[in-house]
Design a binder for this molecule. Structure first.
Ligand code: COA
Length: 264
């Protein structure tokens, strides 16, 4: 296990990296040290080819992440708050742009920056005890980690506005219904389920998965015609990989799902 420092744990096991926010006594809230550690860990994960899937979660049983550390913020100058915002925005963009699938295991409370952290992941699993929401208006502020942009892209503008304007908390079953999470599981099983999903992904074709991420993320920012053109270019790139050749050959020889991909 690598410790980067102990506010964030980075552990790698058989192609899967676990990023665990490790401030359980503060509901895993983000302080400046945790953001710096997150950015350093993401730099590492960006280049580490051994890591094929990432799980993001929070230490302890109660919280995934309760957003910004409001106790630290109380002592910050306006410039320090602006710096914090720059760091969280950039960290979550780095997370979103990792060229490998990222799974949020939302193991409990995920408010403000906690929901923003989950929104920057590719797949979201939630404990049945989880509570999510962009509750910043209850503090008379607004989300600052991309929430006003990523939430509407996921659940639609009207639902996103309703959630953010009221600042209400969203229970796990509603999060599933509106598409804020992809799956809800009993709290005791959320990490195990995330690991099963990550292992499934890690055993897959990593280059194709990375291109799927890029095509979807870029495509939702642009016109349909530009997006399908970009998909075509990506298809041509992916088709040239050893894995693509292996995938087709293995299908013809052995049937579906039997290939062991190399990531080349
Ligand atoms: N920043 C700093 N400390 C926080 C925190 C945050 N965002 N959220 C929780 N904590 C701390 C609490 O102050 C408390 O510390 P203490 O034991 O030293 O008093 C500890 O974590 C436990 O929280 P507590 O409020 O006692 O637990 P709870 O189960 O009653 O409520 C929350 C949990 C998360 C619902 C509640 O703490 C909360 O609403 N936090 C703020 C969340 C928020 O608005 N985030 C958006 C920030 S922009």
């Amino acid at each position: 296990m690598t410790t980067t420092p102990d506010v964030l744990l980075l552990e790698k096991r058989e192609g899967v990296a676990f990023l665990t926010l490790n401030r359980a006594d503060r509901m895993n809230a983000f302080n400046m040290a945790a953001l710096a550690a997150l950015r350093a860990a993401l730099d590492d994960l960006y280049v580490d080819r051994e890591v094929r899937a990432v799980i993001v979660t929070g230490a302890g049983e109660k919280a995934f992440c309760a957003g910004a550390d409001l106790k630290e913020r109380a002592g910050m100058s306006p410039d320090q708050v602006r710096r914090f915002l720059k760091h969280i925005r950039e960290a979550l963009t780095d997370l979103e742009n990792l060229p490998k699938p990222v799974i949020a295991a939302v193991n409990g409370i995920a408010l403000g920056g906690g929901t923003e952290l989950a929104l920057a992941c590719d797949i979201r699993l939630a404990a049945d005890t989880a509570t999510m929401g962009l509750t910043e208006t209850t503090l008379a502020i607004i989300p600052g980690g991309g929430g006003t942009q990523r939430l509407p892209r996921l659940v639609g503008a009207a639902k996103a506005k309703e959630i953010m304007i009221t600042g209400r908390q969203v229970r796990a079953e509603e999060a599933l219904r509106i598409g804020l999470v992809d799956e809800v599981v009993p709290a005791a099983e959320v990490l195990e389920r995330a690991l099963a999903k990550a292992a499934e992904v890690a055993a897959g074709a990593v280059i194709a998965q990375a291109y799927i991420k890029a095509a979807v993320d870029e495509g939702t920012e642009t016109t349909l015609s530009w997006g399908v053109d970009r998909e075509q270019l990506y298809f041509v790139d992916v088709f040239e990989t050893d894995d693509a050749k292996l995938g087709v050959r293995s299908f013809l020889d052995n049937g579906p799902g039997k290939a062991t991909f190399t990531g080349q």
